[in-house]
Each structure stands twice: as C-alpha cells, then as structure tokens.
Design a protein around this ligand. Structure first.
Ligand code: OOB
Length: 539
C-alpha cells in the first residue's frame, strides 16, 4: 500500500459493495469492454485525427508495454501535463493498465506547481507536450529536472529535444500486465485548496467509476453522444461529470477542442454534430455573445452544462433560448460530491439552483460554525460523505483532521442553502479561496510566495467582484521598502514560475490591515474595502 494513502475502512468498503455502488470495474476493464462492443466506433477525435475504441485499446497496450520497459511499475506516480489531445487518453489508460498513478496537472501549471507535485508524490516520470499555447514545456522540464531526485524520465509528446519520445514508447511486445482491482488506486487529482499548497486527491477505480455510472445515467449519455471537451480534460468537471471518462464508460464519442474559444469550438460543434458540452460561467458568457454572430450551425446541441463557479441567474436564463438546448447546472468538487440539476427539471429549478446530489448514497448536511445541523432553508456550511467523496487527502494527516469531521464528512467550505425540494443554492464560501471563473486560487499559497520577496512586511489576498469572471484577486500589501511597486511583485511571481491565473489581478498598498476581535486579519473587511473602491470607480 502506498505510504500516505489511507484506504477506505473495511465497513464502508463492504457497505458500498453490498449496495451495488462499487462493482469492482476498472478503467482498464472498461476500455477492453468497449473495444469488444464498440470496435470500429470512433472513441476520440480532435476534428482531424480520430481513433476507434479498438485502436485506442491496442495503442494503450503498446504504450503500457513501453512504460513497463522504462521501469514504470504499479503505484509509481507519473505527473501528467497534457492538453486536450488523443495522447492524453492513450497515456492515461496505459498507466491505468499497469497500475501506475497519473497525477493530473493542468496545462497552466508552471515550475512551482509542477516541481511540488513531482516532489510531493516522489514521481518517477513527467509527461508533457512539446509546445502548447505558445509555451514550451521542455523549458519547464529542463528547469525542474535536476531538482527532483526521484524523477527518472521526462517524456515528450511531439518534438523531444533530449527527452524521451512518447511516440517511440509504443511497443509490439506482448507484455503481461499486473492485476488491477476496483479498490486499487487509479490516479491523483488536485484540490482547489484553501491552505498552503494544493492537496492531492487519491482516487480508486471503484469510487470514480461509480460517479461515472451515475453521471452517465443522470446526463443521459449513450453510445450516440457526441461530447465536446473544451475545458482541460484533466479537470474533474471535464473528466467525470459526466466528462470524457463518462463518455468512454457509455461508449460515446469524445470531440477534443484544443481551445475553448468559439472560433475553435463552434466549427467543431457543426462538423461533429456535438450534442453535449461543459462550460464554466465566463466561457458561457463568451459563447452567448459569439452565438449571436456565428454562421456555424449549432442546432445539434442538446445540453450545455455550466459549473465550476456560480452561474448568475441572468446568464442561466439566456443559455437555453440562445442555443435551443437544455441548461444543466453542475456544482461539484474534485474531492467528490457532484450536484446536478436534472434534464427534466423545471426552468425555475435549472435557472435558480445548483442541483441536487447525484446519488441516493450521498449524505449531505448544512451546519453552523459549531457543526450543528441547520433547519432547511438556512444558509450554512456544506458537509458531504458518500461513495465517491474522499475520506482524506494524500499524505497530510494534520490537514485531514481539520478538513474532515470525526464521522468522515468532507468540509466543503461552501456556504449553501437547501430548497424544500432538496436542491442546493450556493450562497458563498467559507474557505480562504478565490474562484476566478472556475479557476481556484488558495489565497495562502500566493501570500506565502509574495512574503518571500524582500521589501514585503505582510500580505493578505482576497476576492473582488468581477462582472465577467465572477471574482478576481486583490492582494493587500504592507511594504517596508518604499520603492517597491505592484509590477515588481507581479514580475517576481512570474519569474518564480507560478500559474498565471494565481498572480494577483490587483495590488493595493496599505499601512495596516483591519483585524477581527480575535486578532486575525479581517478578510471580510478587506473584501468590503476593495468592493467599495471598485464600485465607486464603476469598473
Ligand atoms: C469543480 O471542482 P473544483 O475542485 O475545481 O472546485 C470545487 C469548488 C466547490 O467547492 C465550489 O466552491 C466551487 O468550486 N463550485 C461552484 C460550482 N461548482 C463548483 N460554486 C458555485 N456554483 C457551482 N456550480 O469546480 C467541479 C468539479 C466537478 C464538477 C463540477 C465542478
């Protein structure tokens, strides 16, 4: 058993097996099954290249053999940072087949994040594209390569420079693969985080595949589904709600869009007769604008999901009529619990709520600050437990003691209320996080980076309202070097190598912070200060 991973306790494992939630299916088994049943059907296309289920299964076997030859073994961690490409799936399923564990990094992650993932998981390999979105990932690999002692292989999809070529790893050898079971770990995802560095979310085949099965049922995904992935496939939403893995589970077709912008995505919708896709709210706004002028035929669209951040009522109202399709709101989290509005719900529910839990086995409660349950209709903190909600992050025991209750509920940090019909409305957040249009920023992580710059006395980062992204970030800074400017801080962060979306949108220099009665910096007051300032200026 991997050190730092706390497996499900026996009683829960039994319970979820006996109730039929966990079936022992594995990702490897699912692909094999589809290769038999759906042989010549297209599994994935990027609009130019396509691959059938059978071809995918064959290429996965060849690549799995190549990974084994390199010495990658069951439970070895592999940091995977590929964009929406067919290779992403080949690599994933090849790693699943040998029981190696992908760590799903996002394309926007940079040196600080990647070296941390490699180090924290003691990764053996790092897999990247050559260049994506004008960024050369080989430069990033060169920067981190020597600093991670466990990292033996850097593998590149594309032009390799001096690294290992992914293409050359596909081997004809008939290798024998280890046995993988439903209770084995499958991969790691990343939490949005609210304290320090991002936490790693361990996932077993059983729990994740259960969430796929339920999502496929609720979202009515079938062999006839043409699902467009526009957001990064490595994100839990695009991966599993129902996402690309849900589509593979159902034997449908995945259409990969390299970029989410309408000029790339709309022609793909027309060409591939896309019927289902998932967006974050700011992207839905961009699509709504573009839809008015497009010549592309978008009539195949049946469902547009919006999730990852709160979708305003004004935006939610427009989506159905504009695209002549159904809107589905999705309120989920990489840690587990996913809520959907249902496809036959009334407009009232779809527009005004963020859905209800996908499973009858999801247990949710809404509590006050002392963990006392609140009456229906009152706003409080959401806690969740269930067959696909984790019971602990990887290797952070102290943090787990705070992030989970003693009876195993995950403290989501979301402030919600329940309607009489059992639907959730997200009212806000009780975690130190900024949700920048679906991209999550742990304030403390960025504050710590800023504090390491000389000339900084103290810093506190908060969200500020934004019409388009919902929220942007504002760092309040007390400096002890008069000369220091906002640009100095931003340049410092850029050079340090953190994902761009974490760099504060705005920096406010102040002489002191407001404090709470308990002597803590009052982020509530800071949020109010910046809100007042930007509304006065009518940004
Ligand atoms: C999804 O996952 P994460 O892990 O990036 O972020 C989870 C957090 C939630 O705790 C909540 O604060 C926020 O993102 N959130 C929403 C929301 N969906 C997510 N807040 C308001 N309204 C919504 N619809 O973001 C994620 C994972 C699976 C499916 C969908 C989203």
């Amino acid at each position: 058993m991997l050190e730092g991973y706390k497996p499900w306790p026996e009683n829960l494992r039994k319970y979820y097996q006996e109730t039929g939630c966990w079936t022992g299916e594995t990702f490897g088994g699912i692909l094999e099954q589809q290769a038999r049943d759906r042989k010549d059907s297209i599994a994935i296309t990027d609009g130019e290249k396509s691959i059938t289920y059978q071809q995918l299964d064959e290429r996965v076997n060849k690549l799995a053999a190549g990974f084994m030859k390199l010495g990658i073994e069951k439970e070895d961690r592999v940091v995977l940072q590929l964009p929406n490409t067919i290779e992403f799936f080949e690599v994933c399923f090849a790693l699943f087949r040998i029981g190696a564990l992908p760590v799903f990094a996002l394309p926007l992650h940079r040196k600080m994040e990647i070296s941390y993932f490699c180090e924290f998981t003691a990764a053996k390999a790092y897999i990247i594209p050559d260049v994506f979105d004008k960024f050369d990932y080989r430069d990033l690999a060169n920067e981190i390569n020597n600093s991670i002692p466990t990292l033996e292989h850097t593998i590149v999809a594309g032009e390799t420079d001096n690294f290992i070529s992914l293409e050359e790893l596909y081997m004809d050898d008939s290798a024998s693969f280890p046995t993988i079971t439903g209770s084995d770990l499958a991969f790691f995802q990343l939490s949005g985080g609210s304290t320090g560095l991002p936490k790693l979310i361990p996932r077993t085949h059983d729990e994740y595949i259960y969430s796929l099965r339920k999502s496929v049922e609720i979202c009515r995904i079938s062999q006839d589904t043409n699902f467009l992935a526009v957001l990064p496939v490595a994100h839990n939403f695009t991966m599993s709600s129902p996402g690309v893995f849900g589509v593979i589970y159902a034997g449908g077709k995945i259409i990969l869009s390299k970029y989410p912008s309408p000029d790339v995505a709309f022609p793909l919708i027309e060409k591939e007769k896309v019927d289902f896709t998932s967006l974050v709210p700011p992207l839905a706004i961009v699509w709504l604008q573009a839809q008015k002028r497009t010549k592309a035929d978008l009539r195949s669209l049946e469902v547009i999901q919006v999730g990852g951040a709160k979708c305003s009522v004004e935006v939610a109202k427009q989506i159905g009529p504009a695209f002549h399709c159904k809107l589905q709101q999705v309120f989920g989290m990489a840690e587990g619990l996913v809520n959907y509005t249902r496809l036959d719900d009334d407009d009232e529910v779809v527009i005004h709520t963020q859905g209800k839990p996908m499973s009858a086995y999801d247990e949710i409660r809404i509590v006050d600050e002392e963990d006392n349950e609140l009456p229906v209709g009152e706003t409080g903190q959401l806690q969740a437990r269930g067959p696909y909600t984790i019971i602990g992050y990887f290797n952070v025991e102290d943090h787990n003691a705070k992030a989970f209750t003693s009876d195993g509920f995950y403290r989501t940090g979301d402030l919600v209320k329940l309607t009489e019909e059992g639907y959730l409305i997200v009212e806000g957040r009780d975690k130190d996080q900024i949700n920048r249009g679906g991209e999550k920023i742990a304030a403390e992580e960025v504050e710590n980076y800023i504090l390491s710059l000389s000339g900084i006395h103290d810093v506190a980062m908060v969200s500020m309202p934004d019409k388009f992204l919902g929220e942007r970030s504002c760092a309040f800074v007390i400096k002890n070097d008069e000369e220091l400017t906002s640009n100095d801080i931003k340049d410092f962060l850029q050079h340090k190598g953190i994902a761009n979306f974490k760099i504060p949108d705005r920096i406010e220099f102040v002489d002191r912070f407001p404090y709470t009665a308990l002597g803590k910096v009052s982020k509530k007051n800071l949020r109010a200060m910046i809100k007042e300032k930007i509304t006065q200026k009518s940004y």
